[in-house]
Ligand binder design. Structure first.
Ligand SMILES: [Zn+2]
Length: 221
C-alpha cells in the first residue's frame, strides 16, 4: 500500500490508538488570537488553491470566519483551559440508584475528514459518596465533543473523567451519532448511524445495563 492509500483506508476505518487526543507538545503555546490569524492565512490559501476569488464580497470574510469558528467554537475543547470545572457535592440524600442524563447534544467533527458528527449522548452513574450537578455532565460531553474526534475515544474520555471525579467505576456512557463522512462522501450511506457504549463497575451486570438501555429508549419527556 502506498502512503496515500494507507491514509485513505485509515480514515475510512476510523481507527484510533489511545484514549488521549494526540496533541503536540507546543499545542497551546500560541494564543487563540495568534491561532486565528494563522488559520485564517492558511484557509485563504486553500480557498485560493481551489480557484475561488477572495476579492468577492461574499468570500472575503470566509477565512477569518472559519478560523474563528475552529478555535472558539468547533474545537474549543482541545484546550484544557476550557475544560468545565467538575465540582461534586456530598451525596446528602443518600441517593444510591441510577441517575440518567440523556439526549445530550453531540456536535463534534471526525478527525479523519473534519466533517460533522451529530447525535446524542446518554450518561448514567450510580452515586457513592459524591454527586455532580446535572449540567456539568452536559458540559463535559460538549467539551470532549468539540475537538477532532473518533466516536470510540469520545465515550472513553467522558467515562474516564466521570469515574475519576465521582470516585466510582459505576458509570456508563453511550453515544449515538451520524457521521457526515459516511453519509456525504465515501460509501454515501444516508441512513446509517453509529452507537458506542462504554461502562464499568455495576454496569458490567447485564440486568443493570439493560435497565439503562430501557430508560434511554424514551425519546423525550
Ligand atoms: Zn471521518
Amino acid at each position: 500500500m502506498n502512503n496515500k492509500e494507507q491514509i485513505e483506508s485509515l480514515g475510512d476505518n476510523h481507527f484510533s490508538m489511545s484514549i488521549k487526543t494526540p496533541l503536540r507538545e507546543d499545542a497551546f503555546d500560541k494564543s487563540d488570537d495568534e491561532k486565528i490569524k494563522n488559520i485564517q492565512h492558511h484557509f485563504k490559501m486553500i480557498m485560493e488553491e481551489m480557484g475561488l476569488d477572495l476579492t468577492d464580497d461574499s468570500l472575503s470574510g470566509t477565512p477569518y470566519r472559519v478560523a474563528k469558528m475552529y478555535v472558539k467554537e468547533l474545537f474549543y475543547g482541545l484546550n484544557p483551559v476550557n475544560k468545565p470545572k467538575l465540582s461534586t457535592f456530598e451525596n446528602k440524600y443518600g441517593y444510591k440508584k441510577m441517575l440518567v442524563e440523556q439526549n445530550i447534544t453531540i456536535d463534534s467533527a471526525c478527525e479523519h475528514h473534519f466533517l460533522p458528527i451529530i447525535g446524542h449522548a446518554h450518561v448514567a452513574y450510580v452515586p457513592k459518596d459524591k454527586v455532580i450537578g446535572l449540567s456539568k455532565i452536559n458540559r463535559l460531553v460538549d467539551y470532549y465533543a468539540r475537538r477532532p474526534q473518533v466516536q470510540e475515544r469520545l465515550v472513553l474520555q467522558i467515562l474516564n473523567d466521570l469515574q475519576c471525579v465521582l470516585d466510582t467505576e459505576d458509570v456508563i456512557v453511550s453515544v449515538t451519532a451520524k457521521h457526515l463522512c459516511v453519509s456525504s462522501r465515501g460509501i454515501k450511506d444516508q441512513s446509517s448511524f453509529t452507537t458506542t457504549l462504554e461502562y464499568g463497575g455495576c454496569f458490567k451486570e447485564p440486568s443493570i445495563r439493560n435497565e439503562f438501555l430501557k430508560i434511554i429508549e424514551q425519546e423525550s419527556v
